[in-house]
Design a protein around this ligand. Structure first.
Ligand SMILES: *Cc1c(COP(=O)(O)O)cnc(C)c1O
Length: 412
């Protein structure tokens, strides 16, 4: 070891440690809690029994016996690892069957729909934006909603084309950007349900606008697939939208209870992504057993059980909102319940430190709710993000309200 090297290393380590201290100073240091039970309403976390309102397992399927069984069956049929990327030898019958089923979910809304299954939604979003931009190099512009998910933001960066951010839900501002754009390929991209706010994007208006300006509309339905629509097919079903400009992204690790994601689009778009999307091509295919389990996941989502679970979830959302209104009002101890009609119910707190304090107080009472801080949300808008699931009971939602009530008293 030469001395200069050693001190260079320690200087760099020291710099990283200073940055970490800085995060701590600003109440921005994140830590992981360790769970030792399956994802469900009632979990053991850091050795304690807690009632959890954190997960995106919106239908409560992550621990479903039929899914557990299907995963075991998938492992018996296909083994564990896929062994290679999809384009080499990792594409199994289970993946192929899953893609057919996924395409079917969007076939009524997207012309000539085909689907491509990805290991994660993050990768799917990188793929779709970079892939579409690569089809018209130098001539593409992306119009990105200001509250979009980090993976879409990274997708716009990877697309290496002109990117304009339009203000949240501002269809007029977007229209003027589209009108002024000279790009020959225009791509508008939005979350359907904003993950940290719970509000729904004006997807019907956006679809009409994109038809008028001949633009693609990429809709990230991570929080809609499985939850919205009669059959749980998501936002396009819920709004009964039909357009050849639509490109749909749904995730399978949230309401569908397993993992992965898919893009559904016109068959030629899918063929292009399959040829060009680097996050599809240069990565090992996810285990076929997961795709096999997802076939059962889709059966559950689309069947009678899924329908019952969606009904239950929606009744919990109404219960939570009206009980909150009744006992805490809109403003409670400096907290504002955000205007969300979805399973994502954030309570705006403001300061990071206060959000952490509230989350800690709830944790003391056996309720697990995450404090969401920048950069996930803008500075000064730290919040408690509660997510409801069909796995919760009405009594558990009442216990949450009770605990929030206790918070208010402590800080008042
Ligand atoms: C969760 C999420 C993703 C990423 O999906 P993963 O499968 O978890 O990688 C993308 N977009 C939104 C809006 C999400 O909430």
């Amino acid at each position: 070891m030469n001395k200069r090297n050693e001190s260079g290393t320690s200087r760099r380590i020291h710099q990283i440690e200073r940055q970490l201290d800085d995060l701590t100073q600003h109440d921005l240091l994140r830590r992981r809690r360790v769970t030792s039970t399956p994802c469900r309403a009632s979990v053991t976390v850091d050795g304690r029994n807690m009632l959890a309102f954190c997960s995106n397992d919106y239908l409560g399927l992550a621990d479903h016996p039929a899914l557990q069984h299907a995963l075991q069956e998938g492992a018996a049929l296909y083994g564990v690892g896929s062994g290679a990327s999809h384009l080499i030898s990792g594409h199994s019958r289970a993946h192929a069957q899953l893609e057919e089923r996924l395409a079917d979910t969007q076939a009524a809304y997207i012309e000539n729909a085909r689907a491509l299954y990805f290991s994660t939604g993050y990768m799917a979003n990188l793929a779709v934006l970079a892939g579409l931009a690569a089809a018209d190099p130098g001539q593409t512009a992306i119009f990105s909603e200001s509250l979009n998910h980090a993976s879409l933001i990274d997708g716009t960066r990877l697309a290496r084309c002109a990117v304009q951010v339009y203000p949240h839900a501002d269809v007029d501002a977007l229209e003027s950007q589209l009108r002024q754009s000279q790009a020959s390929t225009k791509i508008v991209v939005t979350d359907s349900v904003f993950s940290m706010d719970g509000v729904i994007a004006p997807v019907a208006e956006l679809t009409a606008l994109c038809e008028r300006y001949d633009a693609w509309l990429v809709v990230d339905d991570a929080h809609g697939f499985g939850v919205m629509g009669n059959r749980g097919s998501g936002i396009l079903e819920a709004l009964n939208l039909r357009s050849s400009n639509l490109i749909y992204m749904g995730t399978l690790g949230k309401a569908a209870g397993v993992s992965g994601a898919f893009i559904a689009a016109h068959g030629s778009v899918i063929e292009w992504l399959l040829q060009k999307a680097r996050t599809y091509i240069y990565t090992t295919a996810s285990p076929p057993a997961l795709a096999h389990a997802l076939l059962t996941g889709l059966d559950l989502v689309q069947g009678e059980e899924g329908m019952q679970r969606r009904l239950h979830l929606h009744s919990l959302i109404s219960q939570f909102k009206s009980a909150f209104q009744a006992t805490l009002g809109n403003q409670a101890g400096g907290m504002t319940l955000m205007a969300s009609a979805t399973q994502i119910q954030p309570l705006l707190v403001g300061e990071n430190q206060v959000a952490l304090r509230y989350a800690a107080q709830l944790f003391e009472q056996g309720i697990w709710v995450p404090a969401i801080r920048p950069p996930t949300v803008p500075a000064g808008t730290a919040r408690l993000r509660m997510t409801l699931s069909a796995g919760h009971s009405s009594e558990q939602v009442a216990a949450l309200i009770q605990a929030l009530h206790g918070l208010q008293k402590k800080v008042a």
